[in-house]
Design a protein around this ligand. Structure first.
Ligand SMILES: [Zn+2]
Length: 406
């Protein structure tokens, strides 16, 4: 006997199925929808040639009243590949979803169907899709959708952030994939649209705007977007874009989080700007933060390697495990982001706010490069070592060109 099957569908998906059937003027009993993933769907008269990802089996939606189902429709479903174990849902024009035993008259057990309401179910405790509804009204701008930005977007969507502005002018290349939240299926797509789909797959109710321009050129757009958001995450690897975002956030009076890895992700740092506090330019003018840009692909490595480097040297700069070395840095950036977005009166967040009072955090993955002199992790509890966070005090620079007091 097959395992009990429980099917959950969003009320908004049901509505889209119905409106699409109306738009195509399908006779309702002929509208058979194959749901390809959690967000999009397609109506076909023939079985699609691609696998229906995200569902255990091809799932057939019949838009009709259960009493309208005729023998010819049963035959049609069978011809399309419906099997006795295929979930078949009958979506009625009235807005309900009923399980239907296929083939008709079989003793197959009926499976429970839940129609989820975003307002009630997406963020409720217990069985919820998202981690609470506290952040539903919050809006974040993420600049740079690479290995940092794509993962941060997904994490914030899981946490229930309701509004996103995603900015990146690149397309996803095969060389980006190993550390990116997107997959092979997204190669060639704009990173903005591919990451938008990841966000919507986590929170179908999220509002996502995308911007495919260069923030270093489109300063007017950047300043306006910063003003309209509660928080800005700068997840790019280049100093120029980090400083341009810094200037926009200082000007707009908005908090911002900056995260990056340095050479081969041997370590990295995360900086938080709050209006009135030290900005990214203060940090650098006060002695700066050493560290070469991250080298994370064969192409970066080839650019970083000197012409006289031996054959194979560039490739040797890229090593397995970079995604794992980046993960703590993204995690810290997301944690600091949530701290900025969450209500300040909650005890949990108040404690975390006391712990994370420093504006700047340093992380060392390995005893290489900048972190070469660190002692081994060993057993040195309470001594400096790799693989732990260090908060750094940063003073505001009165002569800072971005936020300067005088
Ligand atoms: Zn400053």
């Amino acid at each position: 006997m097959r395992a009990p099957f429980h099917y959950a569908i969003l009320a908004s998906q049901l509505e889209r199925l119905r409106s699409e059937a109306r738009r195509r003027r399908l006779r309702l009993v002929e509208g058979v929808a194959f749901v390809a993933d959690g967000e999009s769907f397609h109506l076909f008269h023939e079985k699609p040639s691609f696998p229906c990802a995200g569902l255990p089996l091809p799932c057939f939606f019949v838009i009709a009243e259960a009493s309208d189902l005729s023998g010819s429709l049963m035959e049609k479903l069978e011809a399309m590949g419906a099997r006795p174990e295929s979930p078949v849902l009958v979506l009625s024009p009235a807005g309900t979803a009923e399980p239907f035993a296929f083939p008709a008259g079989s003793p197959q057990e009926r499976f429970p169907v839940s129609v989820l309401s975003p307002e009630k179910d997406l963020a409720s405790r217990g069985g919820a899709i998202l981690e609470g509804g506290l952040l539903r009204e919050k809006k974040v701008l993420i600049v740079g959708l690479g290995s940092f930005g794509s993962v941060a977007a997904v994490e914030l969507a899981k946490s229930g952030v309701g509004h996103f502005v995603l900015a990146d002018n690149d397309r996803l290349e095969p060389g980006n994939l190993c550390r990116h939240a997107c997959s092979v299926a997204d190669v060639g797509r704009r990173k903005t649209l591919a990451v938008r789909d990841l966000v919507l797959a986590r929170n179908p109710d999220a509002q996502v705007e995308t911007f495919e321009g260069d923030v270093n050129v489109e300063g007017t757009w950047l300043r306006q977007a910063a003003r309209e958001c509660d928080l800005i995450l700068c997840m790019t690897g280049t100093a120029r874009s980090r400083f341009n975002v810094n200037a926009a956030c200082v000007g707009a009076g908005r908090s911002a989080i900056y995260a990056r890895a340095v050479t081969r992700a041997e370590g990295g740092d995360v900086f938080r700007y709050r209006p009135g506090g030290p900005c990214l330019a203060c940090l650098f003018s006060g002695g700066g933060v050493p560290g070469a840009p991250e080298v994370s692909s064969a192409r970066d490595a080839a650019e970083a390697a000197a012409d006289y480097a031996p054959p194979g040297y560039a490739e040797s700069l890229v090593q397995p495990g970079l995604a794992n070395d980046i993960a703590p840095l993204v995690g810290m950036a997301v944690k600091l982001s949530l701290l900025e977005l969450a209500p300040k009166d909650q005890p949990l967040w108040r404690k975390l706010g006391e712990d994370l009072e420093a504006p700047f955090y340093v992380w060392a993955n390995r005893r290489e490069g900048l972190y070469e002199e660190y002692p081994p992790l060993g057993y040195n509890f309470n001594k400096s070592a790799i693989l732990r966070w260090y908060g750094v005090r940063v003073a505001r620079d009165s002569s800072c060109l971005a936020c300067g007091l005088g």
